[in-house]
Design a protein around this ligand. Structure first.
Ligand SMILES: Cc1cc2nc3c(=O)[nH]c(=O)nc-3n(C[C@H](O)[C@H](O)[C@H](O)COP(=O)(O)OP(=O)(O)OC[C@H]3O[C@@H](n4cnc5c(N)ncnc54)[C@H](O)[C@@H]3O)c2cc1C
Length: 441
């Protein structure tokens, strides 16, 4: 089959490499020309490129199955895989840039895969059937168009798909650092690095490749003083004010500016109409073009690769019927991806309410993060919440733990916030620091 993939982000490249391996003739079009040697890569079209990423274990499993060379190259580049005692991959620790560079490198050497630099202006149709794309006015015909154009992509929106959307309720600032050879990073409390739930906000330090790491502070965006965190001196004063996090800055050199972000949405886009007919036969969206979830949970690439694997398998078993595959894939996404979107919508809304001072609400179904947290008081929940955390089960598998988790909260137990300023104190610190007043340490 001749296939055009729009977008050379993680989803587009993974999908294209996997399809080319199965003998399809694949062209990937992206407006970004890709990196040139080791020169800095000013990535176009992906605002989160230099923002903190950690990749969950299923990303490693997907790469190991489909593109094992990529895992080897990532390790050569200094990425590490954190694994559980039983060998299950928990996380791939590397910067997003390193991750994408490696995928690009594999794609460039893949027989049957052509990379084209250009902007896809739109889909060419015969009637309503997609039969290719227009790149700078030039026609690129195809039996199947795959839309991997990401959260900001416009391709699938041409179909008039009525997507679902709800705010993530997260404003954040992030910065990457490097420690010199041999220097230790700061204290960790999990395989990805350090994750702290403070009063009214979160702070994390993600370990990356080759001595690099990133620190991110995330809040609800309601306190305007926290916008000052985008200024480097304010940001570093805030990081130092969180005792265990401040230790990460010892010996570390920043390698990016402080990068702010906000107004992200959880989104889900079906690809069939109310009667189950494809919105545009011959066009299939995958990855962020189908579903985005709050970055706080670091699930995006896992959900994207899961979709890509499912789609590739469906196309392999029905190579002559991409239109039927589009319908089958939408049904699969409805069953396996939409639940994660709904999980985030419920969890994000409740987190914002609690960040604003609300208590655990036992009148409603507990959101997944509270079921997971309850394992801190009732160890018998641990095995099942671990399966959810590793994304080995769907969120609905936590439903059977609802009663036991509620019992924990009915005793009055609550997860203890990590030591550090409350959100109001952090806001005060930002305001003081921005006006040059001494900041209490
Ligand atoms: C702040 C932030 C932090 C995140 N952190 C994590 C994390 O820790 N872990 C995790 O797993 N996920 C994380 N995610 C989600 C993750 O970044 C996405 O899931 C991932 O980028 C999806 O990849 P994609 O290939 O589908 O889309 P993208 O990465 O957006 O790639 C789309 C590509 O399509 C190209 N394109 C778009 N339109 C056109 C066009 N018309 N013509 C040509 N090219 C086009 C773009 O240039 C781009 O290269 C985070 C997201 C955000 C916003």
């Amino acid at each position: 089959m001749t296939i055009v993939v729009v977008g050379a982000g993680p989803t587009g490249l993974f999908t294209a490499i996997a399809l080319a391996r199965r003998g399809h003739d694949v062209t990937v079009v992206d407006r970004d020309p890709g990196p040139v040697g080791d020169a800095p890569w000013r990535r176009r079209g992906v605002m989160q490129f230099a923002h903190a990423h950690t990749f969950r274990g299923p990303v490693v499993d997907a790469l190991q199955t489909e593109i094992p060379d990529a895992v080897a190259l990532l390790r050569q580049a200094g990425a590490t895989v954190a694994a559980a005692d039983d060998g299950t991959a928990i996380a791939l620790r590397c910067r997003r840039e390193v991750f994408e560079r490696v995928l690009r490198q594999v794609a460039a050497g893949r027989h049957g895969l052509t990379m084209v630099t250009g902007h896809v202006d739109g889909v060419i149709r015969n009637g309503n059937r997609a039969v290719g794309v227009r790149v700078h006015g030039t026609r690129v015909p195809a039996d199947l168009v795959i839309d991997a154009s990401g959260r900001a992509g416009r391709i699938t929106r041409e179909t008039g798909a009525a997507g679902l959307s709800a705010p993530c309720g997260a404003a954040y600032v992030t910065r990457q650092y490097r420690v010199p050879d041999g220097a230790a990073h700061g204290p960790v409390n999990g395989p990805i690095g350090l994750s702290l739930s403070l009063t009214g906000y979160f702070a994390v330090a993600f370990l990356h490749d080759a001595g690099t790491f990133s620190i991110t502070i995330t809040h609800g965006g309601t306190d305007s003083r926290l916008r000052l965190l985008r200024h480097a001196p304010v940001y570093e004063a805030a990081v130092r004010a969180i005792p265990v996090l401040g230790q990460w800055l010892e010996h570390a050199e920043p390698i990016t500016p402080v990068l702010p972000g906000a107004r992200l949405h959880n989104t889900y886009r079906p690809q069939v109409d109310a009667d189950g007919r494809p919105l545009m036969p011959g066009l299939i969206a995958v990855g962020d073009a189908v579903c985005t979830t709050t970055p706080l949970a670091g699930r995006g690439v896992t959900l994207a690769f899961r979709q890509a694997q499912a789609l590739v398998e469906m196309l392999h078993s029905r190579p002559h019927d991409p239109v039927a595959v589009g319908v089958e894939f939408d049904a699969w996404c409805h069953e396996h991806i939409r639940p994660w979107f709904l999980d985030h919508v419920h969890g994000d809304g409740d987190r914002l309410r609690r960040w604003a001072g609300g208590d655990v609400d036992l009148r409603q179904r507990l959101p997944s993060d509270l079921v997971v947290a309850a394992a801190g008081a009732d160890a018998s929940l641990r095995a099942e919440v671990t399966a959810y955390e590793r994304m080995q089960t769907l969120p609905s598998d936590l439903d059977r733990l609802q009663q036991r988790a509620r019992a924990v909260y009915l005793t009055g137990w609550r997860p203890a916030p990590a030591p550090g300023p409350t959100r109001a104190e952090l806001g005060e610190l930002c305001a003081q620091c921005a006006t040059g007043q001494p900041v209490p340490v």
